[in-house]
Write a protein that binds this ligand. Structure first.
Ligand code: COA
Length: 151
């Protein structure tokens, strides 16, 4: 989708969009104000969002990446990730991290296509930190697959 633009924003991002990537409003509230937010816009309409956060010295993490279902699989997610990579490099980071749930095969494929590698698993992360059980692709989202890329 060539006419999609990605821009940094201080706009309030629709909650339903952020909830696609992170079903916990409580967790979103913890990073949304501290993070840097980018949106993907198509004809001035927000169709995707990206939130990155400086989590440790020289380390940035993609805290939320989401594209409305209707607009998925058209290259917008990849554009948002490339924006995160460029922004982390411009911000002189050495590492960019992302985490995804164990059922997230499409996510894991996409992140690896973009250059992330799996570095570990946080076992029972979602059972520990999320009140509600999350079911995705017919299995419980239980463990967090940690991925990173180094510059
Ligand atoms: N099997 C294998 N690969 C698949 C796939 C499938 N079923 N569906 C999509 N892909 C691949 C595509 O082939 C594409 O790669 P390509 O460009 O080399 O062909 C890539 O995955 C999708 O890329 P893109 O279209 O840029 O992604 P997107 O705009 O659909 O955004 C997400 C990806 C994850 C942001 C989007 O699906 C989303 O918002 N999901 C819900 C929220 C979420 O899970 N966020 C991440 C939390 S960790």
């Amino acid at each position: 989708m060539t006419d999609v633009i990605i821009e940094q924003t201080k706009e309030v991002i629709p909650k339903d969009l952020l909830l696609l990537a992170d079903p916990s409003e409580e967790m979103i509230a913890e990073y949304i104000h501290a993070g840097t937010i980018f949106v993907a816009k198509l004809n001035s309409k927000i169709v995707g969002a990206l939130v990155v956060l400086n989590t440790r010295p020289k380390t940035m993490e993609i805290m939320n990446i989401s594209v409305y279902e209707k607009y998925q699989n058209k290259g917008i997610g990849k554009k948002l990730i490339n924006k995160a990579i460029n922004y982390a490099k411009e911000s002189k980071m050495k590492t960019l991290e992302i985490g995804t749930g164990n059922p997230g095969l499409v996510q894991m494929i996409l992140y690896q296509k973009c250059g992330f590698r799996i570095i570990g698993v946080e076992f029972d992360y979602f059972r520990k930190y999320y009140k509600e059980k999350i079911i995705e692709n017919g299995i419980e989202c239980r463990d967090m697959i940690r991925m990173k890329m180094e510059f």
